[in-house]
Design a protein around this ligand. Structure first.
Ligand code: SF4
Length: 284
Protein backbone atom coordinates (compact mmCIF):
# COMPACT_ATOMS: atom_id res chain seq x y z
CA UNK A 1 0.00 0.00 0.00
CA UNK A 2 2.02 2.95 -1.26
CA UNK A 3 5.33 3.89 0.32
CA UNK A 4 4.64 2.78 3.83
CA UNK A 5 7.55 3.77 6.02
CA UNK A 6 5.89 3.26 9.35
CA UNK A 7 4.71 6.83 9.75
CA UNK A 8 3.04 7.20 6.39
CA UNK A 9 -0.72 7.20 6.65
CA UNK A 10 -2.16 5.85 3.40
CA UNK A 11 -4.13 8.34 1.33
CA UNK A 12 -7.74 7.57 0.51
CA UNK A 13 -6.74 6.57 -3.01
CA UNK A 14 -4.04 4.25 -1.67
CA UNK A 15 -6.46 2.52 0.70
CA UNK A 16 -8.96 2.09 -2.10
CA UNK A 17 -6.30 0.80 -4.50
CA UNK A 18 -5.33 -1.74 -1.85
CA UNK A 19 -8.93 -2.86 -1.45
CA UNK A 20 -9.32 -3.58 -5.17
CA UNK A 21 -5.82 -4.99 -5.71
CA UNK A 22 -5.29 -8.70 -6.50
CA UNK A 23 -4.19 -9.22 -2.90
CA UNK A 24 -6.90 -6.98 -1.47
CA UNK A 25 -10.16 -7.50 0.39
CA UNK A 26 -12.35 -7.81 -2.69
CA UNK A 27 -10.17 -10.45 -4.34
CA UNK A 28 -10.24 -12.47 -1.14
CA UNK A 29 -14.02 -12.38 -0.86
CA UNK A 30 -16.01 -15.31 -2.12
CA UNK A 31 -18.54 -14.64 -4.84
CA UNK A 32 -17.34 -11.19 -5.90
CA UNK A 33 -15.10 -10.48 -8.75
CA UNK A 34 -13.68 -7.15 -9.57
CA UNK A 35 -14.83 -5.92 -12.95
CA UNK A 36 -12.79 -4.12 -15.50
CA UNK A 37 -12.73 -0.39 -14.90
CA UNK A 38 -14.08 -0.74 -11.37
CA UNK A 39 -10.74 -0.31 -9.60
CA UNK A 40 -9.68 2.70 -11.64
CA UNK A 41 -13.06 4.36 -11.18
CA UNK A 42 -12.87 3.75 -7.43
CA UNK A 43 -9.40 5.23 -7.25
CA UNK A 44 -10.46 8.31 -9.22
CA UNK A 45 -13.46 8.74 -6.91
CA UNK A 46 -11.16 8.50 -3.90
CA UNK A 47 -8.83 11.12 -5.36
CA UNK A 48 -11.55 13.68 -5.97
CA UNK A 49 -13.13 13.11 -2.56
CA UNK A 50 -9.78 13.80 -0.99
CA UNK A 51 -9.04 16.79 -3.18
CA UNK A 52 -12.62 18.09 -2.81
CA UNK A 53 -13.03 18.29 -6.53
CA UNK A 54 -15.69 17.07 -8.98
CA UNK A 55 -15.80 14.07 -11.23
CA UNK A 56 -18.32 12.88 -13.77
CA UNK A 57 -18.15 9.20 -14.68
CA UNK A 58 -20.14 7.42 -17.32
CA UNK A 59 -20.51 3.78 -16.35
CA UNK A 60 -23.18 1.38 -17.53
CA UNK A 61 -24.97 -1.19 -15.43
CA UNK A 62 -23.05 -4.34 -14.63
CA UNK A 63 -19.78 -2.46 -14.22
CA UNK A 64 -19.82 -2.70 -10.46
CA UNK A 65 -20.00 1.07 -10.22
CA UNK A 66 -21.84 1.10 -6.91
CA UNK A 67 -18.91 -0.60 -5.19
CA UNK A 68 -16.58 1.75 -7.04
CA UNK A 69 -18.09 4.69 -5.18
CA UNK A 70 -19.21 3.01 -1.95
CA UNK A 71 -15.75 1.71 -1.11
CA UNK A 72 -14.13 5.18 -1.33
CA UNK A 73 -17.13 6.56 0.60
CA UNK A 74 -16.50 3.99 3.35
CA UNK A 75 -12.79 4.75 3.59
CA UNK A 76 -13.59 8.47 3.64
CA UNK A 77 -15.93 7.81 6.58
CA UNK A 78 -12.97 6.42 8.45
CA UNK A 79 -11.35 9.82 8.25
CA UNK A 80 -14.45 11.71 9.35
CA UNK A 81 -16.02 12.58 6.01
CA UNK A 82 -19.71 11.93 5.44
CA UNK A 83 -21.02 10.61 2.13
CA UNK A 84 -24.39 11.59 0.69
CA UNK A 85 -25.27 9.15 -2.05
CA UNK A 86 -28.22 10.22 -4.17
CA UNK A 87 -30.09 8.13 -6.73
CA UNK A 88 -33.08 8.79 -8.95
CA UNK A 89 -35.02 5.61 -8.17
CA UNK A 90 -36.11 3.99 -4.92
CA UNK A 91 -35.06 0.71 -6.47
CA UNK A 92 -31.41 1.75 -6.57
CA UNK A 93 -31.65 3.34 -3.11
CA UNK A 94 -32.85 0.03 -1.73
CA UNK A 95 -30.28 -1.99 -3.60
CA UNK A 96 -27.50 0.18 -2.22
CA UNK A 97 -28.80 0.08 1.33
CA UNK A 98 -29.92 -3.54 1.41
CA UNK A 99 -27.22 -5.20 -0.66
CA UNK A 100 -24.19 -3.17 -1.69
CA UNK A 101 -23.51 -1.32 1.58
CA UNK A 102 -23.68 -4.55 3.63
CA UNK A 103 -21.17 -6.11 1.20
CA UNK A 104 -18.76 -3.21 1.72
CA UNK A 105 -19.38 -3.31 5.48
CA UNK A 106 -18.42 -6.97 5.51
CA UNK A 107 -15.21 -6.37 3.55
CA UNK A 108 -13.58 -3.25 4.98
CA UNK A 109 -11.50 -3.62 8.14
CA UNK A 110 -13.47 -1.04 10.15
CA UNK A 111 -17.08 -0.23 10.93
CA UNK A 112 -19.22 2.42 9.34
CA UNK A 113 -22.94 3.16 9.44
CA UNK A 114 -25.43 3.85 6.69
CA UNK A 115 -28.96 5.26 6.67
CA UNK A 116 -31.62 5.44 4.02
CA UNK A 117 -34.11 8.26 3.64
CA UNK A 118 -36.89 8.02 1.07
CA UNK A 119 -39.38 10.64 0.02
CA UNK A 120 -41.77 11.51 2.83
CA UNK A 121 -44.88 10.03 1.22
CA UNK A 122 -43.31 6.60 1.27
CA UNK A 123 -43.67 6.49 5.06
CA UNK A 124 -46.71 5.51 7.03
CA UNK A 125 -47.73 8.29 9.42
CA UNK A 126 -48.99 6.70 12.66
CA UNK A 127 -50.72 9.95 13.59
CA UNK A 128 -52.74 10.04 10.35
CA UNK A 129 -53.39 6.31 10.65
CA UNK A 130 -55.04 6.85 14.04
CA UNK A 131 -57.08 9.70 12.62
CA UNK A 132 -58.16 7.61 9.64
CA UNK A 133 -59.18 4.79 11.97
CA UNK A 134 -61.34 7.14 13.97
CA UNK A 135 -63.09 8.37 10.83
CA UNK A 136 -63.11 5.22 8.81
CA UNK A 137 -66.87 4.94 8.59
CA UNK A 138 -67.08 8.18 6.67
CA UNK A 139 -63.95 7.92 4.59
CA UNK A 140 -63.50 4.41 3.39
CA UNK A 141 -65.45 1.94 1.32
CA UNK A 142 -65.78 -1.58 2.77
CA UNK A 143 -62.70 -3.10 1.13
CA UNK A 144 -60.69 -0.08 2.11
CA UNK A 145 -61.70 -0.41 5.75
CA UNK A 146 -60.16 -3.89 5.63
CA UNK A 147 -56.98 -2.43 4.19
CA UNK A 148 -56.89 0.11 6.98
CA UNK A 149 -57.14 -2.69 9.53
CA UNK A 150 -54.31 -4.44 7.72
CA UNK A 151 -52.20 -1.29 7.94
CA UNK A 152 -52.76 -0.99 11.68
CA UNK A 153 -51.50 -4.52 12.15
CA UNK A 154 -48.64 -3.98 9.68
CA UNK A 155 -47.55 -0.82 11.54
CA UNK A 156 -46.55 -3.06 14.44
CA UNK A 157 -44.30 -5.34 12.42
CA UNK A 158 -42.89 -3.36 9.49
CA UNK A 159 -39.15 -2.77 9.37
CA UNK A 160 -39.19 0.81 8.18
CA UNK A 161 -42.86 1.73 7.67
CA UNK A 162 -42.40 2.39 3.97
CA UNK A 163 -44.50 1.35 1.00
CA UNK A 164 -41.97 -1.10 -0.36
CA UNK A 165 -42.14 -3.11 2.85
CA UNK A 166 -45.91 -3.61 2.43
CA UNK A 167 -46.73 -7.25 1.72
CA UNK A 168 -50.38 -6.72 0.75
CA UNK A 169 -51.97 -4.28 -1.62
CA UNK A 170 -53.42 -1.01 -0.48
CA UNK A 171 -55.38 1.39 -2.69
CA UNK A 172 -53.57 4.58 -3.53
CA UNK A 173 -56.52 6.49 -2.07
CA UNK A 174 -56.09 4.74 1.29
CA UNK A 175 -52.33 5.24 1.39
CA UNK A 176 -52.83 8.92 0.55
CA UNK A 177 -54.83 9.24 3.78
CA UNK A 178 -52.22 7.64 6.02
CA UNK A 179 -48.82 8.50 4.56
CA UNK A 180 -46.62 11.19 6.00
CA UNK A 181 -47.38 14.64 4.59
CA UNK A 182 -45.60 17.86 5.42
CA UNK A 183 -48.84 19.80 5.78
CA UNK A 184 -50.21 17.31 8.32
CA UNK A 185 -47.00 16.71 10.22
CA UNK A 186 -46.80 17.77 13.84
CA UNK A 187 -43.59 16.23 15.18
CA UNK A 188 -43.75 18.00 18.52
CA UNK A 189 -47.25 16.82 19.11
CA UNK A 190 -46.28 13.29 18.05
CA UNK A 191 -43.23 13.13 20.27
CA UNK A 192 -40.64 13.26 17.47
CA UNK A 193 -39.02 10.00 16.42
CA UNK A 194 -40.96 7.96 18.97
CA UNK A 195 -42.99 5.62 16.87
CA UNK A 196 -42.74 7.80 13.77
CA UNK A 197 -41.06 6.04 10.88
CA UNK A 198 -40.27 9.19 8.95
CA UNK A 199 -38.83 11.15 11.87
CA UNK A 200 -36.78 8.13 12.87
CA UNK A 201 -35.34 7.87 9.34
CA UNK A 202 -34.61 11.60 9.28
CA UNK A 203 -32.88 11.34 12.63
CA UNK A 204 -30.78 8.40 11.48
CA UNK A 205 -29.22 10.34 8.60
CA UNK A 206 -27.70 12.79 11.06
CA UNK A 207 -25.39 10.20 12.57
CA UNK A 208 -24.76 7.84 9.66
CA UNK A 209 -21.46 7.87 7.80
CA UNK A 210 -23.15 7.07 4.50
CA UNK A 211 -26.54 8.61 3.78
CA UNK A 212 -28.64 7.35 0.89
CA UNK A 213 -31.24 9.77 -0.47
CA UNK A 214 -32.85 10.46 -3.83
CA UNK A 215 -32.38 13.45 -6.10
CA UNK A 216 -35.75 15.01 -5.29
CA UNK A 217 -35.03 14.84 -1.55
CA UNK A 218 -31.48 16.05 -1.98
CA UNK A 219 -32.43 19.16 -3.90
CA UNK A 220 -35.39 19.73 -1.61
CA UNK A 221 -33.03 19.68 1.38
CA UNK A 222 -30.52 21.92 -0.39
CA UNK A 223 -33.22 24.40 -1.33
CA UNK A 224 -34.51 24.38 2.26
CA UNK A 225 -31.07 25.07 3.65
CA UNK A 226 -30.53 27.85 1.17
CA UNK A 227 -33.66 29.56 2.43
CA UNK A 228 -32.81 29.10 6.06
CA UNK A 229 -29.19 30.06 5.50
CA UNK A 230 -28.14 26.99 7.41
CA UNK A 231 -25.59 25.81 4.90
CA UNK A 232 -22.61 24.45 6.79
CA UNK A 233 -19.34 26.25 6.07
CA UNK A 234 -17.65 23.15 4.75
CA UNK A 235 -20.21 20.88 3.19
CA UNK A 236 -23.49 20.62 1.36
CA UNK A 237 -25.92 19.37 4.00
CA UNK A 238 -23.62 18.34 6.82
CA UNK A 239 -20.22 19.51 7.91
CA UNK A 240 -17.49 17.79 5.94
CA UNK A 241 -19.79 15.88 3.60
CA UNK A 242 -19.51 15.13 -0.09
CA UNK A 243 -22.02 14.15 -2.76
CA UNK A 244 -22.18 11.13 -5.02
CA UNK A 245 -24.97 11.27 -7.59
CA UNK A 246 -25.87 8.03 -9.32
CA UNK A 247 -28.44 7.93 -12.12
CA UNK A 248 -27.31 11.48 -12.67
CA UNK A 249 -28.87 11.82 -16.11
CA UNK A 250 -32.07 12.76 -14.26
CA UNK A 251 -30.40 15.38 -12.11
CA UNK A 252 -31.11 18.46 -14.18
CA UNK A 253 -34.85 17.98 -14.30
CA UNK A 254 -35.16 17.10 -10.63
CA UNK A 255 -32.94 19.99 -9.58
CA UNK A 256 -34.80 22.47 -11.73
CA UNK A 257 -38.07 21.41 -10.12
CA UNK A 258 -36.80 21.39 -6.57
CA UNK A 259 -34.84 24.60 -6.75
CA UNK A 260 -37.53 26.36 -8.71
CA UNK A 261 -35.21 27.36 -11.50
CA UNK A 262 -37.05 28.78 -14.44
CA UNK A 263 -34.27 28.34 -16.92
CA UNK A 264 -33.20 24.89 -17.95
CA UNK A 265 -29.79 24.18 -16.63
CA UNK A 266 -27.58 24.07 -19.64
CA UNK A 267 -24.78 22.04 -18.21
CA UNK A 268 -23.87 19.89 -15.26
CA UNK A 269 -20.96 22.21 -14.60
CA UNK A 270 -23.30 25.10 -13.95
CA UNK A 271 -25.31 22.94 -11.58
CA UNK A 272 -22.24 21.82 -9.71
CA UNK A 273 -21.08 25.40 -9.37
CA UNK A 274 -24.41 26.31 -7.86
CA UNK A 275 -24.10 23.37 -5.51
CA UNK A 276 -20.65 24.23 -4.33
CA UNK A 277 -21.82 27.43 -2.74
CA UNK A 278 -25.59 27.16 -2.68
CA UNK A 279 -25.95 30.30 -0.64
CA UNK A 280 -23.59 32.69 -2.31
CA UNK A 281 -23.94 31.16 -5.79
CA UNK A 282 -20.19 31.47 -6.10
CA UNK A 283 -18.73 28.64 -8.08
CA UNK A 284 -15.25 27.23 -8.09
S1 SF4 B 1 -44.24 13.37 13.23
FE1 SF4 B 1 -45.39 13.73 11.34
S2 SF4 B 1 -45.09 11.89 10.11
FE2 SF4 B 1 -44.55 11.38 12.22
S3 SF4 B 1 -46.38 10.53 13.14
FE3 SF4 B 1 -46.37 12.71 13.58
S4 SF4 B 1 -47.54 13.67 11.95
FE4 SF4 B 1 -46.98 11.61 11.28
Amino acid sequence: MGHNNGTHHPSLAESVRGFFSPAGALAGAKGYESRSGQASMAEKVAEVIEAKRHLVVEAGTGTGKSLAYLVPAAYAAESGRKAIVSTYTIHLQEQLFGKDVPIVQSLVPFEFTAALLKGRQNYLCPHRLRKAQAQQGELFATGQAEQLKGLVEWAGRTRDGTLSDLDFSVDAAVWAQVCSEAFACTPRHCGGANGCFYQKARGAILDANVVIVNHALLFGLLAGMEQEEETPDEGYLFPNDFLILDEAHEVEDVAAKALGLEVRLGSLRFLLQRLVHPRTKKGV
